[in-house]
Write a protein that binds this ligand. Structure first.
Ligand code: SF4
Ligand code: SF4
Length: 357
């Protein structure tokens, strides 16, 4: 029997009781369109097939955002994943590419602590930004150092992949090792660049203040008059759905570079997952293509800016895309090509051994 059976049974009973099956969350979600309302899913209980169905949900949280009863179907679905994993029902080979990516990224080969004397604040760029944009990481760090001269830099993985796959033991190992190391070095504040790291560190790093680096940089930025020839749209990453401060900061930085912003129909709390969330692609191939095309269609040919390296890579297959950090580095900003896997590892290694002052 898996861990936390009572907890998941209680969550499902509560959902079955409180969900009115109004359908608000079903309309924008292809997973719920197939599986039925959260009440229907909860009503099917903890049978193996029902628990495994939760791996088709991206854990994007749009259902939580639209529910008039303030329920959290995404939390129930993540707990279903945890229960399936703890019972040994999940075929981990399906998720090997993601798990290997996490394992290698959190290994000594790619980890780095640059923690100067008197440092209490570190920049934690996560995995995808160093892999896709090492120069942007350097630029963000340089700008941060001008604001906070004793700031440090930590390259590591927060463990979100194991977390979202419901692999609690694996997640705990990765996360505890990171947080213990930071605590041991006297770190009290973590500045993130990846919305996924922000969410995980904000939820589990209870002894740390967690703030996106965009908020720190935006506070020092000066908006430029918009260039009327360049109108862009912003894709808010789904882990930052409820992080209004981060969303506002990204918009301020974009405006400081002179871009005119138009909002997508799905933005802020109503933003959509790009398709990468929850590693759904592992069990439902084609999800990434399908979901990213929905966002590209909303963009309607306007270039997209996001603050998530993974979203940028995904969306660049369907539309011109840039990371907000690209704009700050003055590199050719908009790309229509994702970064190859080999290049990502090379970039991360380069940053691991780069001379940074
Ligand atoms: S978390 Fe996202 S994918 Fe999962 S049920 Fe909710 S809206 Fe659908
Ligand atoms: S929006 Fe809320 S109440 Fe309506 S079907 Fe979804 S979970 Fe149930």
């Amino acid at each position: 029997m898996g861990q936390g059976l009572e907890k998941i049974e209680a969550l499902m009973a509560e959902m079955a009781h409180n969900c009115t099956s109004c359908g608000e969350c079903v309309r924008p979600c292809s997973f719920l369109q197939q599986q039925g309302t959260p009440a229907a899913i909860a009503g099917r209980g903890t049978a193996e097939s029902n628990l495994l169905s939760a791996f088709g949900c991206s854990l994007c949280g749009l259902c939580d955002a639209v529910c008039p009863e303030a329920l959290s179907p995404s939390e129930m679905l993540r707990s279903m994943r945890q229960q399936a994993a703890s019972r040994g029902l999940v075929d981990l080979k399906t998720y090997a590419p993601w798990l290997n990516y996490e394992k290698l990224g959190a290994s000594v080969i790619f980890r780095r602590d640059l923690i100067p004397d008197n440092c209490t604040t570190v920049f934690f760029p996560g995995c995808s930004l160093p892999g896709t944009r090492p120069d942007a990481v350097r630029e963000l760090f340089t700008r941060l150092r001008k604001i906070e001269p004793t700031a440090g830099l930590v390259l590591d993985c927060c463990g979100k992949i194991s977390h979202d796959l419901g692999l609690t033991d694996r997640f705990t190992v990765v996360f505890d090792r990171l947080s213990e190391r930071l605590r041991h070095n006297g770190i009290t504040c973590i500045l993130t660049a990846c919305p996924g790291c922000s969410k995980i560190l904000g939820k589990y790093g209870e002894n740390f203040e967690v703030v996106s680096i965009y908020e720190i940089l935006a506070a020092c930025s000066v908006p430029r008059p918009p260039d009327s020839t360049t109108t862009i749209v912003i894709h808010d990453p789904c882990p930052a759905r409820f992080d209004a401060a981060q969303q506002t900061a990204v918009r301020q930085l974009v405006q400081s570079c002179g871009y005119r912003i138009e909002e997508l129909a799905s933005h802020g709390q109503q933003t959509r997952c790009c398709g990468q969330g929850g590693m759904v692609e592992g069990c439902v191939p084609g999800t990434v293509k399908q979901e990213s095309r929905v966002i590209a269609a909303e963009a309607g040919g306007r270039p997209v800016i996001s603050s998530c390296g993974a979203c940028c890579d995904t969306l660049s297959n369907s539309t011109l895309t840039a990371h907000v950090a690209d704009l700050l580095t003055n590199t050719p900003a908009f790309s229509s090509k994702p970064v190859s896997s080999a290049r990502r590892w090379f970039n991360r290694l380069k940053l691991r051994f780069a001379r940074l002052t």
